[in-house]
Design a protein. Structure first.
Length: 204
């Protein structure tokens, strides 16, 4: 495994908190102090997740063709420095690579949904719409990667649960720019369905 250490962020980080309160919570400048042990380990294993997931997808002709059709999205080493996500509206869709369990599909893709970034002081949040909704905070890490820590909301749940309460619902990812007005969020070893989730993010 090629080791890659996430740099200590120097700007824009926030302790995970329920968005329901209007008060500004204490802000932490180090995502490691916010992340659970499980999520620190998942982020350290980002490349292992890529290798394992891509290996599974390439076992089928359709999977290999899908990877080749969008090489920029599915190349683990593809990233462009600078231009992190800024406040505004975006469109997102999720790809689930390397299905887990008997009979699981090696590649699943979802439809486009709305997503957005908001900023309140030092707190920058990322939220998606749809039946399965990601909600959490963005932490500056390096010139080319941002850390996302959040939770998954399902169905008609009207608010996301607090980060750290349910390990399967917790989400930990790396946001990378891969093209003009195009990003991806890489979520290694998620709690459900797959070995690696890749969320494509484009301007709304």
């Amino acid at each position: 495994m090629t080791a890659w250490r996430l740099a200590v962020p120097v700007l824009l980080a926030a302790a995970m908190a329920s968005p329901a309160t209007g008060a500004q919570r204490d802000v932490d400048v180090d995502w490691r102090k916010v992340a659970t042990k499980q999520d620190r380990e998942r982020l350290r294993g980002w490349r292992d997740a890529w290798i394992e997931a891509l290996g599974k997808v390439r076992t089928t002709r359709d999977g290999a063709a899908a990877l080749a059709q969008d090489a920029a999205l599915f190349d683990p080493d593809r990233l462009i420095q600078g231009a992190a996500l800024t406040p505004g509206s975006y469109r997102c869709r999720m790809y689930r690579l390397g299905g887990v369990g008997a009979g699981a599909r090696v590649l699943l893709s979802g439809g486009w949904a709305g997503c957005r970034v908001t900023e309140n002081g030092l707190v920058r949040r990322f939220v998606t719409d749809g039946a399965q909704r990601a909600s959490g905070n963005l932490f500056d890490s390096t010139d080319s990667r941002t850390v996302f820590l959040g939770t998954l909301a399902l169905g008609d749940e009207d608010r996301p649960m607090r980060y750290g309460r349910d390990a399967r619902r917790d989400m930990a990812g790396l946001v990378e720019r891969i093209g003009p007005d195009r990003w991806r969020m890489v979520l290694p070893f998620p709690g459900f369905q797959s070995t690696l989730d890749v969320m494509e993010i484009v301007r709304g």
